[in-house]
Design a protein around this ligand. Structure first.
Ligand code: GLN
Length: 384
């Protein structure tokens, strides 16, 4: 009999649960966001070579030097950010561990953490594990930041704001003006910006701006990203954190005791990818995702869903009220078992589940043939 209460505030991951359901019904899995296409050869070859060379033991706990150097070079090239690979970078087991290690190292029990609603489901349990209280700010699909509302949410109990741009699940890409408004509040209330930028290279409209590049923010921003989405390797579990030296020291301690380090040979593979893949790679990643986005969104509208094309990321939240009266979770189970397409119930992204009852999330990180087959199955909804 388990009596510990630490996890009582949260349920198991709905996203990962939907993958198990999809597998059970042999459905097309557009629920959990993982690609079905191959990773770039340079990464695979470098990882294989590392294993052949017996890179089998722990890397330095905060990341192999080669990988930290490569990350530092790319941030300078992409965003003009000067990042010290010795003092300011931590490599983690995916950005999931990056977020948990970051919050555990900067948030004290009782602190408040601002989270936009809807949000990626891990942020809820992460704040609960820190004994902090989340303060939710609604920002629905297609909405802009309400700076006054955000200002009302900040107080001297605010330790951090979690920002996710491009956003999972809404696809929103925060604009410079919005980031500046958030930055001003972080500075006014002496709060950290913890920013999840894992979809940074999948931006269809606007451009990705790391909030760390806004004047005054470098010293109070923890920038989280990783290789999962950029190189289509969600199972390799290689995440990254860039933070000022003092914060990095704290994060490295938590990271060390949680996981010791990310897989050593796979860090070599990611380092090779960062070193060798240039503009062409990122351009074609985006071009391919743009086609997938268009196939998905057009198909959803044809099948009777209501949705707007996302500005970034590889998700689209769709309203299904024209198709069914079921609540989102039952509709998702039914779609998985009867139609053969798995999705994530919208309610799992909202602090008040009622707000997501009419929505489901589709992940379109699949080859076009798979997306077309999913759309073909969804068309059956129209003809029922
Ligand atoms: N971020 C992806 C999603 O939202 C995958 C999450 C995960 O399972 N780590 O589907």
């Amino acid at each position: 009999m388990i009596t510990a209460t630490r996890t009582h505030g949260f349920t198991e991951s709905v996203i990962r649960g939907m993958t198990r359901l999809a597998n059970r019904h042999d459905a097309i899995n557009l629920a959990q966001g993982f690609p079905n296409f191959p990773a770039p050869d340079v990464l695979k070859e470098a990882a294989i070579e590392a294993i052949k060379q017996d890179v089998n033991q722990y890397a330095i706990t905060w990341g192999a030097k080669r990988l930290r150097d490569a990350i530092s070079c790319r941030y300078a090239e992409w965003y003009g950010m000067e990042v010290d690979p010795e003092e300011e970078i931590t490599v983690t087991c995916g950005s999931t561990e990056a977020m948990a290690s970051t919050l555990l190292s900067i948030v004290d029990p009782g602190d408040q953490v601002i989270v936009f609603d809807p949000f990626y489901e891990n942020y809820g349990p992460d704040t609960i594990l820190c004994d902090a209280s989340p303060v939710h700010i609604p920002m629905g699909v297609g909405e802009e930041l309400d700076a006054e509302r955000l200002a009302d949410a900040f107080s001297n109990r605010t330790r951090a704001i979690i920002l996710n741009t491009p956003n999972n699940p809404t696809g929103k890409v925060f604009s410079l003006e919005e980031l500046e408004a958030i930055a001003a509040l972080c500075q006014q209330y002496d709060a950290y910006a913890v920013t999840d930028e894992i979809y940074e290279h999948i931006v269809y409209e606007g451009r990705h701006i790391p909030i760390a590049t806004i004047p005054g923010m470098r010293d109070r921003t923890i920038t989280i990203s990783g290789a999962s989405k950029t190189f289509s390797i969600t199972g390799w579990r290689v995440g990254t954190i860039i933070a000022p030296g003092g914060v990095t020291n704290a994060i490295r301690k938590v990271h060390d005791f949680l996981t010791v380090g990310a897989p050593a040979p796979l860090q070599e593979g990611v380092a090779a990818g960062l070193e060798l893949l240039g503009r062409d790679y990122y351009d074609s990643l985006l071009a391919d995702y743009t086609v997938r986005r268009d196939v998905m969104c057009r198909g959803l509208v044809e099948a009777g869903f209501q949705c707007d094309a996302p500005q970034g990321s590889y998700y689209v939240l769709a309203d299904f009220t024209a198709l069914s009266d079921l609540p989102d979770d039952e509709f998702s189970y039914w779609l998985t078992s009867e139609i053969g397409v798995a999705v994530v119930p919208g309610s799992s992204f909202y602090s008040s589940p009622e707000d997501g009852r009419e929505l489901v999330r589709f992940a379109f990180c699949k080859t076009v043939d798979v997306l077309e087959e999913a759309v073909r199955r969804l068309m059956a909804l129209r003809h029922r």
